[in-house]
Design a protein around this ligand. Sequence first.
Ligand code: MLT
Length: 428
Amino acid sequence: MSNKATLSYNEKTYELNIHPGTMGDEAVDITNLMGDSGLITLDSGYKNTGSTKSKITFIDGDKGILLYRGYPIEQLAEKSNFLEVSYLLIHGELPTDVQMAEFSGSISNHTLVHENVKKFLDAYPSNTHPMGVMMAVICSLSSFYPNNANPKTSPEEVEVTIHRLMAKMATIAAWTFKKSMGHPYNYPNNKLGYVSNFLQMMFGLRTDDYHPDPIIVDALDKLLILHADHEQNCSASTVRMVGSSHVNLYAAIAAGIGALWGPLHGGANQEVIEMLENIKAAGGDVKKFIEKAKDKNDPFRLMGFGHRVYKNFDPRAKIIKQSCDQVLAKLGINDPVLDIAKQLEEAALNDPYFIERKLYPNVDFYSGIIYRAIGIPTEMFTVMFALGRLPGWIAQWKEMREMGEPIGRPRQLYLGNGPRDYINIQKR
Ligand code: MLT
């Protein structure tokens, strides 16, 4: 396998180094291309461009492989838990007993937020989208906690900032939900595990009397693990880009929340339920909507099927489908919207049209069903995605800072006007 590539241009030949990965893609290094040839590259959306070198997550979209620090997602979902996976992503190795106790213990100690955060929440209209609140309040943590994670911050202070974010984001998410319901806030109960504590802050009537169903706790813990990282997706790349300016970690994470909010990214699970509710409102004729989805002249598209990265199946969806079936069976839910979801799933898994086009149910399809079944409102779905993706964002930011990566500054292909003189065209 050659470690060089050549580019011929204007009767000159340029030699470019090829870098092999541990697995997957090889990269042609264009670091010196512009200096040598005057050429830049063009790749809108960077879908063919490696923005960095990373050791965190590996995806093989054709084979449906997802590894966190080399561990298959299937094994982590079955044998680990969200906080341990968070430690693995952030620090690169599975924690020892002592490391895990310190990590989870410190996170438990930081679950409270400054009481003034309530003034933020009270200031928002009741119909505010929770992702807008999360983005603003998480960024505002940089005002409440002086040891921001920036170049002058010691590794110890960065670690505390990481623990603060892991702990407080769950509290802020739950309080944002309570605010939207007009309910009083539940304070963290640090005797509970991470997911159980989040659920009691969300649904507990009083902090010490809520005991979540273990099947729901397990399903949510798996969902958080499955969402924890996904290579250089839109929000992770945003966190790295914003973090490359050496702004504090809270602001970089807030930027990631903003990117994830988009319906083309983290908002997809919300779009799935809204699609199901629209089908129900139109009479619930699933067969009619399946035909509409097949009709290229019909604007209706199925949300939650297929994936831009996974060409054959989403490994995360295969895992969470089992939890989805367990949660629905355990709760004995009778919800027409979820019945519609099961009919669509059945069609997608058996209809040649969907099979040929690899339009299989993805992780957003099943996660939305679970969230709805346990009573999480649709607008909170992307907040759940953000809670899961937080350790991945932190890991990406930490790797970028530790690698000493420069500030991100892409080039452009300019198609605008050439130089022209100013002539006022307004009528005096
Ligand atoms: C994700 O998990 O971030 C989404 O699947 C989107 C992506 O990876 O591009």
